[in-house]
Design a protein around this ligand. Structure first.
Ligand code: ADP
Length: 317
């Protein structure tokens, strides 16, 4: 069984509901990726590595993972911290804004709670996935522990996949993010950025410039998401661009990149070739943006993915 460990933060998501009530759910970039990978490739072992608290919300979050089939053995529990929270507000023009309470969240404690079992389990995985947000929330004094841990994981032969997912407000400065990302690019064999990450952080707007920037690193699969325009893929064997069929009814683009990542890494582990993995990932993302919130109803999602998988199987026969 293919085994993937995804390291990041999951938060309680609150959303306005009628009559001054709130919808509540759980989300976070890496967690979303884990959910969509598991939904698309149920036969793979998908493990979420994070820290939660010992509170009632943490318990619900554990149950939520279990309902999604995500393994929780690499989740640690801090006695003094609780999960982060964010509130999504939508104004009268449909513009969304986000308010966060995550500065003191349990997930930030993960490196302090890293134990031998977690190290061993990650070192025996097929793939380890993390994002720029996983990095941004680490306390400065914990960074050295993370990079040492990652080098052990890499030395154990685990494939490493990274999405920069740059969020300026989580970093003390752009230079700090650039320094940390350079270490992540150097360690990763799969890199899944959005073109916006490079535009905002490095002033690189052109795909070719991004590819040139990434050349010094030993990236085996650089897959650049370019919204509704295209996905550009660069490997040591060559490069290609795949067109995206733009969705007409975009409701909420939250989690577009996350769902793309989850389905892409699942598909690659299931031996789909690069083009098919990208096509499957793009169908997933195209569906997710037609629903509100980060996590869409499961029936809609698996139906679309299974249909697309059948098309590929049909083509292969
Ligand atoms: P990120 O969320 O990481 O910034 P993108 O905005 O590029 O990444 O979106 C991720 C993926 O979602 C794209 O590669 C594409 O497959 C899909 N996607 C995004 N916007 C659209 C759209 N308007 N129509 C169809 N697919 C889209």
């Amino acid at each position: 069984m293919q085994k993937v460990v995804l390291f990041g933060e999951c938060m309680l998501e609150l959303r306005q509901a009628p009559n001054n009530l709130m919808f509540r759910s759980f989300a976070g970039d890496v967690f979303n990726t884990a959910v969509y990978q598991k939904r698309a490739f149920a036969q793979q072992s998908v493990s979420f590595m994070s820290a939660l608290g010992k509170d009632v919300i943490s318990q619900e979050l554990m149950q939520n993972c279990q309902q999604e089939g995500i393994e929780t053995a690499l989740i640690r529990h801090s006695a003094h911290h609780n999960p982060g929270i964010y509130l999504v507000q939508t104004d009268e023009h449909g513009e969304r804004s986000f308010l966060y309470w995550r500065e003191n969240s349990a997930a930030r404690q993960m490196m302090k709670l890293l134990d031998e079992e977690v190290r061993q389990q990650v070192c025996s995985a097929d793939l380890f996935f993390f994002s720029g947000i996983s990095l941004a929330i680490l306390a400065l004094e914990d960074r050295a522990v993370f990079w040492q841990f990652l080098s052990e994981v890499q030395a154990a032969g685990v494939n490493i996949a990274f999405d920069p997912n740059y969020r300026a407000r989580l970093w003390t400065s752009p230079e700090d993010a650039r320094q940390q990302f350079a270490l992540a690019f150097a360690a990763s064999s799969i890199v899944l950025p959005g073109i916006d990450d490079f535009a905002t952080l490095y002033g690189l707007h052109d795909l070719k410039d991004v590819v040139t920037f990434c050349q010094p690193f030993n990236i085996q699969e650089l897959v650049i998401k370019n919204g509704p325009n295209s996905v550009f893929c660069c490997t040591p064997e060559g490069e290609f661009s795949l067109p995206i069929t733009p969705v007409k009814n975009v409701v909420d683009t939250t989690s577009a990149g996350d769902s793309f990542n989850g389905v892409f890494i699942g598909a690659r582990l299931a031996a789909y070739d690069l083009k098919q993995a990208i096509q499957l990932a793009a169908s997933a993302a195209g569906l997710v943006i037609q629903h509100p919130g980060a996590i869409v109803p499961n029936e809609n999602f698996t139906a679309v993915i299974n249909e697309q998988k059948l098309v590929f199987e049909h083509q292969a026969n």
